[in-house]
Every structure is written in C-alpha cells, then in structure tokens.
Write a protein that binds this ligand. Structure first.
Ligand code: HEC
Ligand code: HEC
Length: 426
C-alpha cells in the first residue's frame, strides 16, 4: 500500500518538517518533494473509472493539466482568469518571467533554481509543511496520515466545502477558508493555525487551497469531457478552446462566490427568553428534529443508529469503512449515513457547545440559513425561515447546552398560534 511506504519515510524523518536537514540525504540533492511530483497530475478523482481503459484519453487530460497548471507541484502555472490574490503571486516564493509576468505567470517555488534548501515562503511551501501530510499533494485528502482520521481530511478537488457563507452548493468565500484555517474545525483533526502561521502566511495558504481546488475541479471536468470520446477518437478530444472554457467556468463560479456572501439583512435579535423559546418551538416544528432528534442529541430518525455507526467507523481497518457500511446497512434503508466524500456521518449533538464551523452567532446563522454543503444538512433561508426566525433558532442553539430543560420540558404539542403552529402552516 502506497501510504505505508510514505508514512515509513515520514516517521523515519522529522514528522512534520519533512524537509528537515536530517532527511534530505534520503532523496536526490535539491529534490524537495518527498512524494514524487507526478502524483499531482494523476487522473484520480471520483470519475477516474471513466477513463480506466482509455490510456490515450488519460494522456490527453494529463497534457492539458500540465499546460494549464504547470508540470509539477514546484512549477506552478496560473492560468489566465484564475481568481487569486495578485494574480497568483502568493502561491510561491519566486516568480519567473520578470517583474511583470503577464497573464500567464509561471511561478517557480525554489528561490534560486538548483539550490538545495527547502523553500520558505509562498502558499506551496506553507501547505507542504503544514497541510500536505493530511490533505495530500494534489489536495485529494489522501496524505499519509489521512487514513487514520475520522472524519478524513477534505478532498479539495470537487470544490465543495462544508462551512461556507455563500449560497448552498457554491464555492466558499475566501473569508470562509481563512476562518477554517485560522481557527480549525472544532472536534475534528483539522488544527487551528493561528498559533503557527502569521496572518500573511494564512493568506498565502488560502490561495494555495483555492488553487488546488480550482485545479481539481478543472481536472474532474476534463476527465468527464474526455470520457464522452472513444479511445480511437482521442486526437479530437480536449482541443485548446474546450480546455480553456472548462477551466473558465470553474473560475467563474469561484469569482462569483467572492461577492455572494449571504449576510443577514436584519441584525441579530437579542437573546431574550422570548426569542430563545420561539427558536425552540421552531426547532421542534421543523426538520431540525428529524435529523438532530427531539432532544437535539444528534440521534434523529433520518440517520443510522449510533451502534451501527460505531461499527462502521471504529470496527476495524479504517480503509474498509465503506465495505463495512455495505454489510451493515440494508440496501432498502432510506437512512442517511455518509457525507458526499464518503465519510460516515451523524448529526451534531447540539447539547454540546462544540461547533466545527465556529461558535459566533454569525457562524451559526450561516449554518442554519444555508446548511452544511456535502454533509446532508439543508439550507433554511429564505424558506422556511426568514432572518428573524433564523436568529431565534441561533439564540436557542446557543442557549441549549447550558439549559437542557429547554427541550426536556418542552410541550409535546404546541398550542395553535405559537411559532410552532406558524412554522407548520408554511
Ligand atoms: C492533522 C490533519 C490535518 C492537517 C494538518 C490539516 N487539516 Fe485541514 N482538515 C482536516 C480534516 C480532518 C478536515 C475535515 C473535517 C470535516 O470534514 O469535518 C479538514 C478540512 C479542511 C478544510 C475544509 C473546510 C470546509 O469548510 O469544508 C480546509 C479548507 C482545510 N482543511 C485546510 C487546511 C489547510 C490550509 C491546512 C494547513 C495549513 C490544513 N487544512 C491542515 C485535517 C487536517
Ligand atoms: C437532513 C439532516 C439535517 C437537518 C434537517 C438539519 N441538520 Fe443540522 N446537521 C446535520 C448533520 C449531519 C450535521 C453534522 C455535519 C458535520 O459534522 O459535518 C449537522 C450539524 C449541525 C450543527 C453544527 C454546526 C457546526 O458548526 O458544527 C448545528 C448547529 C445544526 N446542525 C443545527 C441545525 C438546525 C438548527 C436545524 C434546523 C433548522 C438543522 N441543523 C437541520 C444534519 C441536519
């Protein structure tokens, strides 16, 4: 298994600082990557099966990716129109092509080509030191430590992120990525980098995550397009214009998201008793309880039970979770059990004040208003909840961990004319 040998290398070296001096002897002098560069250009991804028996078409995809994004992780090419800060200049430490690199800058990571020490600056270098061992060379969420985690690190390539402030299903705003990287995702293995990185370094690595994500989305789009051709017609597939237009549509989605934050139009309602109780009634009258459960313990009817879930996640080799799920969950079960990346999933226990996407009222507003992408939780704005109703639920959610009787003492059937009845009526 590939990850074993990679892990062996890493454990043999200093764990995080893979480029530390004691390790470099094991590799070619000046070779700064410990995982071979071609890993970046493999046609992996959810649709890889489409090109399984089509080597010429696979080669076409590879060639197009090389042309657009550069031949290896150290030589980054930023295609025209990619929405990154300073045209992509934060990705690497050294820009080739003079002061004005034009619309297609080629960014060279090593400070002076041919010199040995590790690159110190730029999103690529920061990613490589801090993120790669979990998120992987191409951002596929397949770094050497990834298989041991639950949930596993995000695969950036489908361009889908859970904790966003943009309309449901859209790419994140860069502020969303900055928040995740700065404060981490509570209750998961995703660390907070505030103590480790300067704000400027965080901006650099935000750009690199965006780069990997747009790159991955383009790759998947190219694979899908190539798969519509027969192997014998490979010569006609993926002409320059098609490749550019597929990449452009990815850039367009990201660009749009940068001006499409869903901010509340109404300021937060004060967390008064009345507001908290209205929020509670809305929680009980809406779909929240189907997933989170009547006592919000994360045990609603929609999801598989805790015992089955534990068997899938912890009942053996982590790489066989999907197989265990197949065995344990009957085919006709309508129960939800996994997120879009294939991780087994349960709704949050809202009696615990731990929120992956942040504990500020605005973070919870975004979670409830527009849901959690890829993780089954739907958006609720503008229907069934307008801003005022959403703030009432935020106030309820924030109060619940400190006041469990809010739900244990809640009336089973809400009297007509209350918030519950209103919500049912919609
Ligand atoms: C120890 C492993 C680990 C390291 C190191 C790590 N991550 Fe993560 N990261 C995770 C896990 C696990 C998740 C997914 C959590 C989930 O799905 O709930 C994640 C998720 C993310 C997400 C997705 C957030 C969303 O809204 O979906 C981003 C962005 C991210 N990480 C960026 C980074 C960056 C940038 C670095 C380095 C500066 C980094 N991570 C380092 C484990 C790690
Ligand atoms: C279809 C199922 C579903 C519905 C409906 C649903 N949720 Fe969720 N919710 C989830 C799942 C699953 C998670 C955990 C996602 C994860 O851990 O990645 C979650 C997580 C959360 C979180 C934690 C967010 C964080 O940052 O960790 C909150 C708060 C929350 N839900 C509140 C609500 C409220 C309030 C409602 C009703 C307005 C609601 N949910 C409706 C499935 C659902």
């Amino acid at each position: 298994m590939i990850w074993r040998s990679r892990l062996g290398w890493m454990l043999g070296c200093s764990f995080l600082a893979v480029a530390a001096s004691g390790c470099s002897d094991a590799f070619n002098a000046g070779d700064l990557v410990y995982i071979e560069a071609p890993a970046m250009t493999q046609d992996l991804g959810p649709t890889q099966g489409n090109l399984k028996d089509k080597p010429r078409l696979r080669e076409k995809v590879r060639a197009a990716m090389k042309e657009l994004y550069g031949p290896d992780p150290q030589t980054i090419r930023v295609p025209k129109g990619m929405p990154l800060s300073n045209g992509g200049a934060l990705l690497a430490s050294h820009i080739e092509g003079g002061k004005d690199p034009g619309p297609h800058p080629i960014l060279q990571v090593s400070a002076t080509p041919g010199s040995a020490p590790a690159p110190q600056a730029g999103g690529y270098a920061i990613y490589r030191r801090n993120c790669l061992h979990c998120h992987g060379v191409s951002g596929a969420g397949d770094g050497p430590t990834a298989p041991f985690m639950y949930p596993t690190p995000r695969d950036f390539r489908p361009g889908k992120f859970k904790f966003t402030s943009t309309p449901s299903g859209r790419p994140p705003h860069r502020d969303d990525l900055r928040r995740t990287i700065t404060y981490g995702l509570d209750g998961t293995s995703m660390p907070a980098f505030e103590p480790l990185l300067t704000p400027a370094e965080i901006e650099e690595v935000v750009d690199y995550v965006m780069f990997l994500s747009m790159r991955g989305q383009t790759e998947l789009a190219l694979i899908d397009e190539a798969a519509t051709f027969e192997e014998g017609d490979a010569g006609e597939a993926l002409d320059e214009e098609t490749v550019q237009s597929l990449a452009d549509s990815v850039f367009k989605m990201w660009r749009k998201s940068q001006s499409a934050r869903l901010n509340p139009k109404v300021a937060r309602t004060e967390p008064t008793r009345a507001s908290i109780l209205r929020g509670r009634d809305l929680f009980l009258a809406s779909d929240c309880k189907d997933c989170h459960g009547r006592l919000a313990a994360g045990d609603g009817d929609s999801f598989i039970d805790q015992e089955t879930f534990n068997k899938i996640v912890f009942g053996g080799n982590p790489s066989e979770r999907a197989r265990r799920a197949e065995e344990l969950i009957s085919r006709d079960s309508k129960k939800l059990w996994k997120d879009d990346w294939g991780n087994p999933l349960r709704p949050a226990n809202l009696n615990k004040p731990m929120y992956k996407g942040g504990r500020r009222p605005i973070d919870l507003y975004w979670r409830i208003a527009k849901g959690i992408n890829g993780a089954q939780m739907p958006g609720h704005y503008p229907s069934p909840f307008d801003d005022e109703k959403t703030w009432d639920i935020v106030n309820f959610v924030l109060a619940l961990p400190y006041e469990p009787t809010l739900l244990t003492d809640a009336p089973q059937n809400a009297p007509a004319g209350t918030a519950v009845a209103d919500a049912r009526g919609r």
